[in-house]
Design a protein around this ligand. Structure first.
Ligand code: R5P
Length: 285
């Protein structure tokens, strides 16, 4: 049985269809003191062997909801609890940045670990965060799905990543698209919202470019990259990412930079979630 967190209703429903498993009803309440209650009465009503809790932890409440749903399904008698975090919040805080800072990804992973037998997450920023979980944790690569919404008529395309770390993603999207070159920019992060992008050597004049990253958060990285391309007579520019977090004015930044379209997956449910990662998750289950 699939049990959806409120942040992941579309991907959970798609996963239920893929696996031909029932989708549980989830009930919510909020107490006068602000505390949340997420419950799964459907699981209690049936003899469920495997409960799959699907929830992207995009907020503190979403984190809490995962812990409650894990506990609810276990309490209701599920023999096996699988936790799918399509997007794992705090995953990018995978080290202590200064003395006295927490390793937040590890702290979150430890909490999630207490209520589950297995964890799946999609394209974490660093695969090594899977080691922070106590039960086995698997990183699913769903980047190939990003080729689906791209136009079929890309002109001599170049698939670029905004930094060397994401070049494999760009290669995966290129391979799934079936044509094109790949390259990457050099990125220097100046602050949480400012980055500096150095151009790659690849010729982009009159060519369509697809810039691919694991996540668009503030949009600084992508808009800087697209700005560099604009100075070089590029054709159309499409931006793709697995996790379309798109915080604050990210969409405005990208639009001002001149992007033709933004395509993300449903690990984070936004209007730009053009493709589902459910088939990739289903393959692992
Ligand atoms: C960092 O290395 C990641 O791959 C992304 O490039 C980054 O987190 C995106 O953040 P923002 O959209 O805030 O620049």
């Amino acid at each position: 049985m699939i049990v959806s967190g409120s942040s992941s209703q579309a991907v959970a429903a798609a996963l239920a269809r893929e696996l031909e498993e029932p989708l549980a009803a989830v009930e919510y309440d909020r107490f006068p003191d602000g505390e949340l209650l997420a419950a799964a009465p459907d699981v209690a009503d049936r003899d469920v062997e495997r409960a799959i809790v699907v929830a992207s932890t995009t907020s503190s409440d979403a984190h809490l909801e995962v812990l409650q749903l894990q506990d609810a399904v276990r309490e209701a008698g599920a023999d096996e609890v699988v936790t799918v975090l399509p997007y794992m919040g705090y995953g990018r805080q995978d080290k202590a940045f200064e003395a006295g800072h927490p390793i937040s990804a590890r702290a979150v992973a430890r909490a999630v670990s207490t209520g589950t037998d297995r964890v799946l997450t999609v394209n974490p920023h660093e695969e090594s965060i899977c080691d922070f979980f106590e039960p086995s944790a698997t990183a699913i690569d769903a980047a190939d799905r990003l080729a689906n919404p791209l136009p079929a008529d890309l002109e001599d395309p170049v698939f670029l990543s905004p930094d060397a770390g994401a070049v494999e993603l760009a290669e995966t999207v290129r391979d799934a698209y079936g044509a094109g070159a790949t390259d990457y920019f050099e990125k220097t992060r100046l602050s949480g919202t400012e980055v500096e992008i150095s151009p790659s050597d690849v010729a982009v004049a009159d060519r369509d470019v697809v810039v691919t990253d694991d996540i668009i958060a503030t949009g600084s990285t992508m808009s800087e990259a697209v700005g560099v391309l604009g100075e070089r007579g590029v054709g159309r520019v499409f931006v793709t990412c697995v996790h379309p977090l798109l915080a604050r004015d990210a969409v405005t930044k990208l639009s001002r930079a001149g992007v033709e379209a933004i395509y993300g997956t449903d690990t984070i449910e936004r209007q730009y979630s053009a493709v589902s990662v459910a088939p990739s998750i289903a393959d692992e289950l």
